[in-house]
Design a protein around this ligand. Structure first.
Ligand code: IPE
Length: 250
């Protein structure tokens, strides 16, 4: 059972302060993942390690070499912290930095060298990816969100469980999480779905939903859930729909 799990940067970091990890949450998340670690590809968000430097350097609108370097360095640091916490929890993970194994075109993944991820899974190693800066074939500076990574990887691996954990209970409509949403229903709720309260260069909830609806169009349902609530990550990894289910499957 292949599973693709994203843990948002809002859980792992204080998104309002640059380079501010939340070590207790990183530890808790690692422990929950360690309860169901098999065949999991983990993607984590960048939080304040990515969005704040990216914004400072005008990424992705402006091409800024220093900005690319600095932003990548800090998200890679957060990745190390996550891998370290996984290791303490008994899970061996390895970093897969998107900057070094994929290329975008107009902000969308065009080529992605997936073999290392597949080999790691075969060998019982958890691949750990993250939202990152990336090269774009059009010459623009670019950012690849963890959400886009989840959608691509889940499609490529034909994942059985696809879960995006953030700090809200799902796709909220009038303050309540919708149990399920399909593309047909999107227009009815679209205006009520926001971006993000904090600095966010990759589209907040709307960005997540659009990625996952693309996936649902291919027959892969997924969920957006609150990873800040203890126990939810473990439930999601077991395939239980916590939060909002995206897609119309049975
Ligand atoms: C953003 O990644 C990547 C950068 C800003 C470099 P995400 O969009 O996946 O991060 P979160 O989950 O919103 O923090």
């Amino acid at each position: 059972m292949t599973r693709v799990l994203k843990i948002g940067g809002s859980i792992l970091t204080d998104k309002s302060r640059e380079l501010q990890p939340r070590p207790d949450e990183i530890r808790r998340v690692a422990q929950e993942i360690a309860a169901h670690p098999d065949d999991v590809v983990l993607v984590h968000g960048a939080g304040s390690f990515g969005h704040i430097p990216a914004k400072k350097y005008g990424l992705p609108q402006e091409f800024n070499r220093e900005g690319l370097r600095v932003t990548h360095r800090s998200v890679a640091q957060l990745c190390e912290m996550v891998i370290e916490a996984l290791s303490h929890a008994g899970v061996e993970g390895l970093p897969v930095h998107p900057l070094s194994c994929l290329c975008l075109r107009d902000g969308r993944i065009e080529n992605f060298f997936m073999e290392p991820i597949e080999e790691m899974l075969k060998d019982g190693i958890m691949p750990v990816l993250h939202g990152d800066v990336a090269m774009d074939a059009t010459g623009k500076a670019a950012i690849v969100s963890g959400d886009q990574l989840v959608s691509y990887i889940a499609r490529y691996l034909k994942a059985d469980v696809v879960a995006i954990g953030s700090n809200v209970d799902g796709v909220l409509f009038s303050g309540r999480p919708l149990p399920r949403i399909t593309r047909k229903e999107l227009s009815q709720v679209q205006s009520a779905i926001g971006g993000s309260d904090e600095v966010d260069v990759t589209g907040g909830m709307r960005g997540k939903l659009l990625e996952l609806l693309d996936l649902a169009d291919l027959g892969i349902d997924s969920m957006i859930f609150n990873a800040g609530i203890k126990g939810n990550i473990a439930r999601a990894l077991k395939g239980e729909y916590v939060g909002t289910r995206i897609g119309g499957g049975n």
